[in-house]
Design a protein around this ligand. Structure first.
Ligand SMILES: C[S@@+](CC[C@H](N)C(=O)[O-])C[C@H]1O[C@@H](n2cnc3c(N)ncnc32)[C@H](O)[C@@H]1O
Length: 266
């Protein structure tokens, strides 16, 4: 009975965002229920950071076997609900046990590689300045975002996310282009290494959530990989940083969050 109720709530969540006049919906509950109830090809972009076995309070289990098992169930569902030509961005870090590191994006990649239509487009290194100071190895200052497109054709608006050239206004010094700009006057491609401050104690976006990603990280992804009016889905939305970025950029948003040790009601 509990499952039937959860399924009904999840179905109505999924249905609400298919209405064009609904801008954002954030539901409380297990994203696996929501995913099962969502129609095929129903979202334009998925961007998320799942629980990644770091021993946070919202994680019931903190081991690699749980991470792998949850991705075995998640990945086929995520692929199913994403429309053809849509993008999926999955942000994870490292699992550390007994001073041994496992890069979690390897495990994520292995699951997506089983889905024929999911094509890896970039492995983005997100680098930041703050974190634990390690005494026996170099302090960890990066995590990764794997960006997959569903299929070979996909939306990519590079102009929307160009950054300032290193030497703006620089011109060719000789040859037929002498005097003309040597770089793109609209700015340069930001590359696949992004330095964006992580959300720690004094960060302006900090809430009580122990593990937010910065709006700036997801903002660039959404601008480059979706169009205005697109539906962005974050199955593990936490405090909905991805929802904030989506609404700033005129996209719609569906999110699901679930906190351990709290009563579960939508
Ligand atoms: C790494 S955090 C993501 C934080 C988010 N990116 C943000 O900026 O706030 C993972 C989130 O997933 C939530 N979560 C854990 N299991 C879940 C589940 N089965 N369904 C939905 N959310 C879940 C946790 O409560 C946590 O807020």
């Amino acid at each position: 009975m509990k499952n039937v109720k959860a399924y009904r709530r999840a179905s109505s969540a999924a249905a609400s965002v298919t209405k064009d006049n609904v801008l954002a919906t954030v539901f409380h509950g297990d994203c696996f229920d929501l995913l099962r109830s969502m129609p095929d090809h129903s979202v334009d972009m998925i961007v998320s950071s799942p629980p990644y076995c770091m021993g946070r309070e919202y994680e019931s289990d903190n081991d690699l076997a749980t991470f792998k098992a949850s991705h075995e169930s998640l990945v086929p569902q995520l692929t199913r609900v994403l429309r053809d030509g849509g993008s999926l961005c999955w942000q994870v870090g490292w699992h550390v046990k007994n001073a041994i590191l496992t890069p979690l994006d390897y495990l994520v990649y292995a699951e997506f590689a089983k889905q024929q239509e999911m094509v890896l487009r970039n492995r983005i290194i997100w680098t930041f300045g703050h974190g634990l100071h390690c005494a026996n190895r170099f302090s960890g200052r990066h995590e990764t975002v794997l960006w997959f497109s569903k299929g070979r054709t996909y939306d990519f608006d590079l102009d929307a996310v160009r950054i300032l050239q290193k030497y703006p206004g620089k011109t060719h010094s000789r040859g037929p282009k002498k005097g003309l700009p040597s770089g793109n006057p609209r700015g340069k491609n930001p590359g696949d290494v992004w330095a964006i401050p992580n959300v720690k104690a004094n960060h302006i976006e900090k809430t009580d959530h122990p593990c937010q990603f910065p709006v700036g990280l997801v903002h660039r992804l959404i601008k480059a990989l979706s169009k205005r009016g697109s539906l962005i889905f974050d199955p593990f939305c936490g405090v909905a940083s991805s929802g904030v970025a989506a609404l700033i950029e005129g996209r719609r948003f569906l999110g699901r969050n679930f906190a351990m040790n709290t009563s579960q009601s939508d």
